[in-house]
Design a protein around this ligand. Sequence first.
Ligand SMILES: Cc1cc2nc3c(=O)[nH]c(=O)nc-3n(C[C@H](O)[C@H](O)[C@H](O)COP(=O)(O)OP(=O)(O)OC[C@H]3O[C@@H](n4cnc5c(N)ncnc54)[C@H](O)[C@@H]3O)c2cc1C
Ligand code: SF4
Length: 279
Amino acid sequence: MTPEEARTALDDFLVHRLPSFGRYQDAIWTGEPWLYHSRIAAAMNLKLLDPGDVVAGAERAWREGKVPVEAAEGFIRQVIGWREYVRGVYWHFMPEYESRNALGASLPLPAFYWTATTEMNCLRDALSQTLTHGYAHHIQRLMVTGLFAMLAGVRPQEVHRWYLAVYVDAVEWVELPNSLGMSQFADGGVMASKPYCASGAYIERMSNACKGCRFKPKQATGPEACPFTTLYWDFLARHAALLKTNPRMTMQLKNLERKDAAELRTIRRQADDFRGGLS
Ligand SMILES: Cc1cc2nc3c(=O)[nH]c(=O)nc-3n(C[C@H](O)[C@H](O)[C@H](O)COP(=O)(O)OP(=O)(O)OC[C@H]3O[C@@H](n4cnc5c(N)ncnc54)[C@H](O)[C@@H]3O)c2cc1C
Ligand code: SF4
């Protein structure tokens, strides 16, 4: 890609997709890898596009009445807020940051991350588009591939190496705080003030993936239990002592406390069996 081609890609985004960016930036739709995203991270990371010009372009589109304020604001916040913040985290905390493992996760990365061979629809979709295009949008990275790895207890350094290997925009200073910190909470709360942990019900709300899936997103036990949901309750129980010190986790832990003890035991056994079957 040349700087001219990168500029053309930015202009195409500003005209055709930015107007709907704010509304749909957190949505996941099976078979739709791009949705309303810009796909300019690689160009910015390679310095083919100046982030200042990118932000100015979005602001101009809003001032000219071509895009609603929530679209321009949402997009500018990603670039000025997240991207610059991530850069600060990386350069401030490295090289020690890379070896952090605040949750003591020890499982190897499941082999299906390299093949997309899984019955879990949401993961299969996110993984296949990743392996085909080298692209997945933020919520797929955070709340599908990242979430599953964190709930299962995969070693954060393996998760980090996978993200660094598979995405076309992967550059360590952006990728590492996002994967090890934001998605795995392995930095103990530097990048995010609480773990991004959720059950299958979240994925059902944000996508259409659960409709065709053989698992049931709200079910935590039994043969049709959604692995995200089983692992979610197990994750909360496993890390309850640590998470109790975090006021932002109060609601989630209250819901855990409401669970019947026998049901929780069954969930935890099923989570152990499931984890044991991952290779
Ligand atoms: C686990 C994980 C790993 C990631 N690895 C990378 C990576 O290696 N390289 C990378 O550039 N981004 C990474 N991101 C951030 C984000 O997912 C990508 O920047 C985005 O998906 C790229 O697609 P896009 O250009 O269509 O972004 P859009 O959705 O159109 O967003 C616009 C721009 O905002 C910036 N941005 C948005 N969110 C973030 C964020 N959390 N951190 C930094 N910049 C952000 C990007 O430059 C992006 O191009 C990662 C996120 C997660 C959760
Ligand atoms: S039911 Fe669970 S595994 Fe299946 S798509 Fe929904 S969240 Fe993913």
